[in-house]
Write a protein that binds this ligand. Structure first.
Ligand code: 2NL
Length: 344
């Protein structure tokens, strides 16, 4: 019996060593230590033994049981650890792998231009003012010295919503609204960026919706030289120190006198080329001294106050800055166009 027990022990040692996973180890446990296992069988037969033999065989049986039990437990721990290691290896994340690229957005070029111009003017003490895109005939035309049937209204073919409501054709109504709020007391120093609308056929240089930035300064003693000095600072800041500027007489119903601002052509340095149509100059904005009627309608006494105003097309500035040849690129949302403005 002692030999049989030793045999069983040695067999079990081999079986435990062979078990490759927890399931087969469980099978080994059942077959050797279970109620119907061979060790139990041997122990059942112990009744037939003599009083001398019984404790010896009993002790051996227990020893074998405990030894096998211990081996199985050790093996179980090893297999469990191996299983955890395997799972960790399978589920591990390689933190050194490069990430999947994320599609980056870009500021729209018109937004960039508006922000740049806003920064320059706020740096000179201007406030940014905004107002409605659906305007009354009064604020869009009347208050700007364009009474009904004034021929200059033809210059701006208009989208009407009702006979009295329209999509603003310029941002000037924001300026007259701001003047009203000041109740005749200066200074007013604002720029008004925003969308405006005109009934134009869309083509490479025209759009029925575009963006404008207008500026207005009203105070006591404002003169044409103030307008010129401010333009000098603006041109240097936006276009660069090396650019020259000039004012050229012009006409607008809301300013008198009126002047257009030209900047020397960056392409040819003022020599004359295709971009500047051989003149050496690029027209960038319209301006002038605020017409006394406009001051009056804004609630200011033109005998006491004076002012200057200017207006520029944002698309034109962006086209000059980035060399864009078709205004429609700004509105068609072609990502191949927009992606070119992603900054690192
Ligand atoms: C242009 C010319 C201009 C103004 C806009 C203005 C506004 C008020 C009073 C007087 Cl409230 N003037 N705005 C003045 C001169 C020119 O715009 O060619 N814009 C694209």
């Amino acid at each position: 019996m002692l030999e049989r027990l030793q045999e069983l022990h040695d067999e079990a040692v081999v079986k435990v060593a062979e078990a490759q996973d927890l399931d087969s180890l469980q099978q080994v446990r059942i077959s050797y230590l279970g109620k119907k296992g061979p060790i139990t069988e041997v122990m059942k037969g112990m009744g037939k033994l003599s009083n001398e033999e019984r404790p010896v065989v009993g002790a051996k049986a227990n020893e074998v049981r405990q030894s096998v039990q211990k081996l199985i437990e050790e093996k179980e721990r090893t297999l469990q650890q191996a299983a955890v290691q395997k799972q960790l290896a399978e589920e591990s994340i390689d933190v050194t792998l490069p990430g999947r690229p994320v599609a980056r957005g870009a500021r729209h070029p018109l937004t960039s231009v508006v922000e740049t111009i806003e920064d320059i003017f706020t740096g000179m003490g201007f406030q940014v003012a905004e107002g409605p895109e659906v305007e009354t005939d009064y604020y869009n035309f009347e208050s700007l010295n364009l009474p009904k049937h004034h021929p200059a209204r033809d210059m701006q073919d208009t989208f009407f919503v009702t006979p009295d409501l329209l999509l603003r054709t310029q941002t000037s109504p924001v300026q007259t609204r701001t003047m009203e709020k000041h109740e005749g007391k200066g200074p007013v120093k604002i720029i008004c960026p925003g969308k405006v609308y005109r009934r134009d056929e869309d083509d490479a240089t025209h759009s029925h919706q575009f963006m404008q930035i207008e500026g207005l300064v009203v105070d006591k003693g404002i003169r044409m030289s103030d307008l010129k000095g401010m333009f000098e600072a603006f041109v240097k800041s936006y276009f660069g120190e090396d650019r020259k500027m000039r004012l050229r007489p012009s006409f607008f119903p809301f300013t008198e006198p009126s002047a257009e601002l030209d900047v020397s052509c960056a392409m040819c340095g003022g020599e004359g080329c295709r971009t500047c149509k051989g003149t050496g100059w690029i027209e960038v904005l319209g301006s002038g001294m605020v017409h006394p009627n406009v001051l009056k309608m804004g609630g200011f006494d033109p005998e006491v106050y004076s002012g200057f105003a200017f207006g520029m097309g944002v698309e034109r500035f962006a086209m000059l800055k980035y060399g864009i040849d078709d205004i429609r690129h700004f509105y068609t949302n072609d990502t191949r166009f927009l992606e070119q403005f992603i900054r690192e």
